[in-house]
Design a protein around this ligand. Structure first.
Ligand code: AP5
Length: 186
């Protein structure tokens, strides 16, 4: 099954996608992880993305779409994948639909992890103490939530329209969320 994971920052997309991909033998592709690695390696992509990420803004669509198309055209996203953090805008969702069609790959479900704002803030401020991610400060988290509402939440309707949206309650223990995801992911 080929899946995209949607949800606000801190909803558990990365935690669950990684675990689920291991369990089911799927490919897990997180655009956030790819970008953080590019920043750490000081690549051209990393240099372009760094400022946007630190401010909690989205990196421009063309950079991200190019990155995903490389994976699809190389046949790396075919039988069993989870896209985590992509798409994040309507143009990204439309590009994904078009490129999957071009390479005859299906998208089976868009899974929305539903978590409220208070819980998001709590989780990310807690992570800040452990990992020190530069975008996990209170102001930047607030901006990331705002960016999610403005630019990413509309793709929930997009996938409703494609009849592949599935919502999972993300405000539960990691184990319960995982079990709920397992039900929808196979
Ligand atoms: P990205 O890395 O995708 O950040 P995000 O969406 O803000 O995601 P997070 O990693 O904060 O949250 P998550 O939902 O994965 O939750 P997690 O499992 O980590 O993107 C970072 C930046 O890159 C963006 O701001 C943007 O600049 C850029 N970018 C990336 N993709 C892009 C795109 N497509 N287009 C444009 N720009 C893009 O969990 C969070 C914390 O909560 C962890 O500490 C975890 O241990 C904890 N936790 C998880 N589940 C639970 C639970 N059930 N109960 C309690 N705690 C939990």
């Amino acid at each position: 099954m080929n899946l995209v994971f949607l949800g606000p920052p801190g909803s558990g997309k990365g935690t669950q996608a990684k675990k689920l991909a291991e369990k089911l033998g799927y490919v897990h592709l997180s655009t956030g992880d790819v970008l953080r690695q590019a920043v750490a390696d000081g690549t051209e992509l990393g240099k372009k993305a760094d400022g946007y990420m630190k401010a909690g803004e989205l990196v421009p669509d063309d950079l991200i779409i190019g990155l995903i198309e490389e994976q699809v055209s190389a046949g790396k996203l075919k039988n069993g994948f989870i896209l985590d953090g992509f798409p994040r805008t309507i143009p990204q969702a439309e590009s994904l639909r078009d490129m999957l069609k071009k390479y005859q790959v299906s998208l089976d479900k868009a899974v929305l992890l539903d978590v409220g704002e208070d819980e998001i803030m709590k989780r990310l401020l807690n992570r800040a103490k452990i990992e020190g991610r530069p975008d996990d400060t209170e102001d930047v988290i607030k901006n990331r939530i705002e960016v999610y509402k403005q630019q990413t939440a509309p793709i929930v309707e997009f996938y409703k329209g494609e009849s592949i949206l599935q919502t999972v309650r993300g405000e539960d223990t990691p184990e319960n969320v995982f079990n709920a995801l397992l039900q929808v992911a196979q």
